[in-house]
Design a protein around this ligand. Structure first.
Ligand code: CA
Length: 276
């Protein structure tokens, strides 16, 4: 063991000494990891938002007329440790109900691999078709001269019979559906979403539910400038997708609950990794 530690120290110092002549390849290397298990000392939601920005960036709460959405630290239903995040999203009416937490400030460009992992516990047996659990988005890619930035991106959406699927409507493409695994209710479920990002058909899209691969399909998974240009031109609007293009934030929770039912769910051990 002592020898291993020593080797580790030597490697650490030798890698530091190379800092002066870092090659361009290393400067372009993407190696981003953010993970959070929602652990707190006093079950205080504010602990997830320290001033140094090391944890989460934002909460999104959009209340429908039917009720008040809530996000709390949970200490009874947890997957690991003493806490998870509890999300309550009331049924949608004229207002689309949203309750989620957001991490922003990273850059996932075309060609990079993004892996998002999380554990979900859906405490409901109601129909949850169209519930959205995770959004990966760019906002800076939107044309600043066109009103109402839609923050294009891709999402995990529940389709019929509880089949979690990859929804691509915001990048003007079809949903990649699966019929392998119905999402279990009232228990912890592990979700892994793996993407090799591309504005064209050579992107790679994988989804695992409880370690079972339910989607493995090539296809576009980033906004494509000419698709956006054509779509907006149909309405007489000139739209320029902004460069450089990269995904910069993800949201997790009930990122939209369009169902006629309120939903309570819990999240634990959320993680995003970006590599190239
Ligand atoms: Ca936890």
């Amino acid at each position: 063991m002592a020898k291993l530690v020593l080797i580790g120290i030597v490697l650490f110092f030798s890698s530091c000494s190379n800092d002066d002549n870092t090659s361009p390849e290393l400067e372009n290397e993407i190696d981003y990891i953010f993970e959070d298990g929602f652990e707190t000392r006093e079950n205080d939601l504010l602990e997830l938002f320290p001033d140094n920005g090391s944890r989460w960036s934002n909460l999104q709460l959009v209340d429908p007329e039917s009720g008040e959405n809530k996000i709390d630290i949970e200490s009874n239903i947890t997957n690991e440790g003493n806490n998870s995040l509890r999300i309550y999203a009331a049924a949608s009416d004229n207002t689309l109900s949203k309750a989620d937490i957001e991490k922003s400030g990273f850059r996932a460009p075309e060609g990079s691999t993004v892996i998002i992992r999380a554990n979900f516990y859906i405490a409901s047996t109601n129909n949850i078709e169209n519930l959205l659990l995770i959004d990966l988005e760019c906002c800076s890619c939107w044309d600043p001269d066109v009103p109402d930035n839609q923050c294009p991106g891709i999402r995990l959406m529940m389709k019929d019979n509880d089949h979690l699927s990859i929804e691509r409507g915001k990048i003007l493409n079809s949903t990649i559906v699966q019929s392998e695994v119905a999402f279990p209710r009232n228990e912890w479920v592990n979700v892994v979403w793996e993407l090799e990002l591309s504005q064209n058909s050579d992107g790679i899209n994988k989804l695992f539910i409880n370690n079972h691969e339910v989607i493995s399909e090539s296809g576009i998974n980033m906004p494509n400038a000419s698709l956006f240009k054509t779509e907006f031109a149909n309405n007489g609007i000139d739209f320029e997708l902004q460069e450089p293009l990269f995904y910069e934030r993800f949201q997790i929770g009930a990122t939209a609950n369009p169902t006629p039912f309120s939903i309570e769910l819990f999240i634990d051990d959320a993680k995003i990794e970006i590599t190239n």
